[in-house]
Design a binder for this molecule. Structure first.
Ligand code: NDP
Length: 288
């Protein structure tokens, strides 16, 4: 048996096109385009690549991109002052501070300072709380993208057994909250989990967000399960996921490849969150 590939690249392109198609209607109602501000502190090469591609895709969707590149030695107070300025700017609907920040900056304090109504990354504790309690808010982009891929493939997820491997605030925890809300029976596994393979073996849905190359083995996976690989690991110059792709493909029903699976969904969901933020901030109803 060979699993189907879940084409996140194609799905993300469709989502970006749907977002772009809604921009002119917003613009007509609000007399401005939705705006996303991205703040990059320092020269981390991977972060610089992400920021460039966020800016490019934002503009391609017809939105305004405000890019703020600050030197690595920027002080905490200056960064907080910029966040406050963006909070107050009516042209800015979404604010994204690219992580990781340099060590001398308190990441938590910066994320706390972003207005929850402009927190399109969904990292503010107010949005985490809204997600946990089922209130409308902003959901972190990567798990939101994973949920969309799962719903696209499986339709109604209710009653399915799901294992999320990883409990980070950015991926694992919000993923588990989304799957719980979708009425899955959710197990959250982490580095202290005993006999991980036995948990994975029961799961109809496996989401791997571990940060260890080729970690989840095909012979752990229940035949026919849907496997979402969030991991991005560089091995000998090549990108690989957290799932051992070759062995998973022999057992699973469907698998997201790395690259081309979850990765492209993250920016597409960021644009979607920015569109939603713009409508909420401008008091314009969003169709669909
Ligand atoms: P973190 O390092 O914050 O979290 C990793 C999680 O994996 C932790 O909860 C950790 O457990 C758990 N873990 C570590 N070792 C094991 C183990 N042996 N068995 C079970 N669980 C284990 O990573 P992130 O959540 O930020 O990212 C995870 C992966 O996803 C990374 O590869 C990252 O690059 C990728 N990523 C991809 C994105 C995309 O756009 N596609 C976006 C964000 C991340 P514990 O809590 O006990 O330490």
């Amino acid at each position: 048996m060979t699993a189907e590939l879940i084409d996140g690249k194609a799905f993300a392109a469709g989502l970006r096109a749907r977002v772009a198609a809604q921009v002119p209607t917003f613009q007509a109602a609000a007399s401005r385009a939705p705006g996303l501000a991205v703040v990059l502190v320092g020269e981390d090469p991977a972060s610089a690549v992400y920021v460039r591609s966020k800016g490019k895709q934002t503009r391609e969707a017809g939105m305004e991109s405000f890019e703020h590149r600050l030197p690595a030695d920027t002080g905490q107070d200056d960064l907080l002052a910029l966040v406050e300025q963006l909070n107050a700017d009516p042209a800015v609907d979404g604010i994204l501070v690219q992580l990781p920040l340099p060590r001398h900056i308190d990441e938590q304090e910066v994320l706390l300072r972003i207005s929850p109504d402009k927190d399109v990354d969904g990292f503010h504790p107010v949005n985490a709380g809204r997600l946990a309690t089922g209130m409308e808010g902003f959901v972190p982009c990567t798990p939101l993208g994973c949920l969309m891929l799962l719903q696209d493939r499986l339709g109604d997820l209710s009653g399915l057994d799901a294992v999320v491997i990883g409990r980070s605030n950015i991926v694992g925890k919000p993923m588990a909250a989304l799957l719980t809300q979708a009425s899955c029976t959710v197990t959250v596994a982490h580095s202290r989990t005993r006999d991980l393979a036995s948990h994975v073996a029961r799961a109809d849905i496996v989401v791997a967000a571990v940060g260890r190359a080729n970690f989840v083995q095909g012979d752990w996976i229940k035949p026919g399960a849907t496997v979402i690989d969030v991991g991005i690991n560089r091995v000998e110059g090549k990108l690989v996921g957290d799932v051992d792709f070759a062995s998973a493909m022999r057992v699973a029903g469907a698998v997201t490849p790395v690259p081309g699976g979850v990765g492209p969904m993250t920016i597409a969901c960021l644009l979607r969150n920015t569109l939603v933020a713009a409508h909420r901030n401008a008091g314009v109803p969003l169709a669909g």
